[in-house]
Unconditional design. Structure first.
Length: 255
């Protein structure tokens, strides 16, 4: 038996070891030739051409090899690997290959239906096809046999989903923390800049007001001295001088 392109190719059985080796070598050569990429020909054409060349190289006849074909498709955890019956018709097995492959894309229900039809279909083979109830029983048995595997797959999928949710939650938490920290730094920077601006403005105001304050202090002292002298010497005249000094102070303060 050899396998390529989801095809199983089997030769005739024999009790002669030497002939068995020749048959296997012919199948291996056939697989090698049919696996070559050739966009100009179909898989059926490549297999037929490969078989002809392999038989000629091995010095065998078609009756010696008597190849039979089957196909398979993986259903994953649904029912494992699904294999078709064996047929001598390459065209029929390629049809099964296409139908099972297309049904697999639609889910287990479609794949089960296609598999049941393939199992119960007439074929070029010694074995008789299964009845529809027998085919359904085989499909359902394969489904039940993989129940534990499906449960395991579902459990792992749920665990991965939880891990992804936790990772996403942690990522969002870290993003929020980074945003809060960035906002705190911006706030602290703004406060430091505001304090610096206030200090600079205060220094500027103090620098601008220093000469006026010196003059104001001198006038105040002069007014107090004039007031004291006026009271001591002339009474009312001193009061008038004191009031004039206070008016001068008030004018400077306003300015």
């Amino acid at each position: 038996t050899i396998c390529f392109s989801k095809l199983l190719v089997r030769s005739a059985t024999t009790s002669c070891p030497a002939l068995a080796r020749r048959l296997h070598a012919a199948l291996a050569r056939m697989c090698e030739l049919a696996s070559e990429d050739d966009a100009s020909s179909t898989l059926q054409e490549r297999v037929l051409a490969a078989k002809k060349i392999a038989l000629a190289e091995a010095g065998l006849l078609e009756e010696d090899l008597r190849p039979s074909y089957a196909t398979y498709v993986s259903s994953g955890s649904c029912a494992g690997t699904i294999e078709s019956p064996t047929t001598a018709s390459l065209e029929q097995v390629l049809s099964w290959r296409q139908r099972l492959g297309d049904a697999r894309q639609q889910g287990w229900a479609e794949l089960r239906s296609a598999w049941v039809k393939v199992l119960s279909e007439e074929r070029c083979s010694i074995s008789a096809p299964l009845t529809e109830p027998q085919a359904k029983a085989r499909a359902d048995f394969a489904w039940r046999r993989h129940a534990e595997r499906r449960a395991s797959v579902e459990s792992r999928a749920e665990a991965r989903a939880q891990c992804r949710a936790q990772a996403l939650q942690g990522h969002r938490r870290r993003q929020l923390q980074r945003r809060v920290e960035a906002e705190r730094r911006r706030t602290a920077h703004a406060e430091r800049r505001l304090k610096a601006l206030v200090a600079k403005a205060t220094s500027t105001v103090d620098r601008l007001l220093s000469p006026k304050r010196a003059i104001l202090d001198g006038v105040v002292r002069l007014g107090r001295l004039s007031a004291v002298r006026g009271v001591s010497e002339v009474g009312g005249v001193g009061d008038t001088a004191g009031w004039r000094a206070q008016d001068t102070v008030q004018t400077l303060v306003t300015v």
